[in-house]
Design a protein around this ligand. Structure first.
Ligand code: NAG
Ligand code: NAG
Ligand code: NAG
Length: 395
């Protein structure tokens, strides 16, 4: 059967390291701290602890050794997760227009934070947020739990994919009810009243890599809670998943790798040690600018060990119930998902069978591009393909 997934990775780019935009940000955006309460269960995983670089490499060895316990065998118990996390997000609502009532909620993948969607470097060429606003959409981006300015909880127990799904669900419900801003602490940005009162009529979920897995998790658990899905850096392939490519990250223990950037990341958080690991996972020679690689390294973020263990816990029981349109977007040369060449690794007919009730199902292969779609030259031409897909489907 078509293997699901792929990827573990995620990339991203974006913006600034803190405090988000100044109050004179000319964009119609507001920066928020959203409290999100979770009450669910997660899995206790058999895996080594990581508190230094040597243990980080040993965790990779354990994870990729031929005879190590597989996913089923390493799930050794259940734990209850009942906590409130702080999620840092940015809501942008363009002046009233044909599409501002459609809200895109974008979830970034592993290795980055919400800046993946909103590069400060050459935003016209790379920022997905800018492109969505120019197209008239409203857009909410947020730092996934454990990244950016959001809470950095226990990497072994709290940082699991089904928790990410529950957080996305809660954010979606808040947005749909028009209470995203009133329920949050307003940190900075536009004070526009129309923004404060914003309530979307439709919500499209956009993801990248782990963020796509999270978004697919949402529509397979709660199919009525989304109006459309754009899953980027994600594909259902017919090839084996190569150990989730954990080796190519060049992982170090985040806090040892950079004690300043990652002072708040505790035991069990990993980060790529060099920019060349980011190149291998996210970029493809010929379709990236060296300064963008430097930028990607500058905005890199840690990943928690249990995010890798728990990938499959994202998915709900039924892919066949979602009725909105589904577009999967993949770089032709995605390394983690397709082993560097997506040609011939999937069947559109099989993917249509997976999303059996979807209004429309499409796969877009972005030419000459790696896993980090927003970091690649020609990124905006790819965004246009997704906007056209949404338009065609009334979104
Ligand atoms: C994992 O190991 C168990 C028992 O050793 C086996 O039954 C199962 O098929 C293996 N594979 C997966 C993907 O769980
Ligand atoms: C994809 O693979 C097929 C055969 O394996 C080949 O004919 C075709 O040219 C390839 N396409 C690209 C874009 O590489
Ligand atoms: C840029 O992307 C668009 C949309 O996918 C594609 O049609 C075009 O061929 C790409 N250009 C290059 C040079 O790859």
């Amino acid at each position: 059967m078509a293997s699901i997934i792929a990827a573990i990775i995620v990339a991203a780019l974006t913006i600034k390291k803190s405090k988000a935009s100044p109050t004179n940000d000319p964009r119609p955006c507001v920066q928020l701290e959203v409290p999100v309460s979770i009450d669910t269960t997660a899995i206790k995983w058999l895996q080594p602890k990581v508190d230094n670089n040597i243990e980080a490499v040993d965790w990779v060895r354990f994870q990729t050794t031929r005879t190590s316990p597989n996913t089923t065998e390493s799930a050794i118990g259940q734990i209850t997760i009942k906590k409130t996390f702080k999620i840092n997000g940015q809501l942008c609502v363009p002046p009233k227009g044909s599409k501002s009532s459609i809200l895109q909620i974008a979830t970034h993948g592993g290795g980055f934070d919400k800046r993946y969607w909103d590069a400060e470097i050459k935003p016209k060429e790379y920022s997905y947020v800018q492109a969505a606003l120019a197209e008239g959409y409203s857009i909410f981006t947020y730092d996934r739990l454990g990244t950016g300015l959001s809470s950095k909880p226990d990497a072994y127990t709290d940082m699991q994919l089904n928790i990410h799904v529950e957080i996305l669900r809660a954010l979606t419900a808040l947005a749909r009810s028009g209470k995203l801003i009133s329920a949050s602490k307003r940190l900075s940005g536009s004070k526009d009243a129309q923004l404060t009162a914003y309530q979307p009529s439709k919500i499209v979920h956009v993801g990248h890599s782990i963020g796509s897995i999270t978004s697919v998790g949402l529509i397979t658990h709660y199919p009525a809670e989304s109006d459309g899905l754009i899953a980027t850096g994600f594909l259902h392939t017919n090839i084996p998943i190569p150990g989730l490519n954990v080796g190519s990250w060049g992982f170090e223990f985040a806090r040892q790798s950079n004690p300043v950037l990652f002072k708040d990341h505790g035991s069990g958080y990993l980060v790529s040690g060099t920019k060349y690991n980011i190149q291998l996972n996210f970029l493809r020679a010929g379709s990236f600018e060296p300064e963008v690689l430097d930028y990607a390294f500058k905005i890199r973020q840690p990943i928690a060990v249990s995010e890798f263990k728990s990938i499959l816990t994202a998915f709900g029981p039924d892919f066949g119930k979602f009725e909105g349109p589904v577009q999967l977007v993949i770089g032709e040369n995605d390394y983690g998902v397709c082993g560097g060449d997506c040609n011939g690794t999937y069947s559109l007919d099989e993917i249509k069978q997976i999303y059996a009730s979807a209004k429309d199902v499409a796969v877009h292969v972005q030419p000459g591009t790696g896993h980090g779609l927003t970091l690649s030259t020609n990124a905006t031409a790819g965004y246009k393909v997704s906007f056209e897909f949404l338009r065609k489907n009334g979104l």
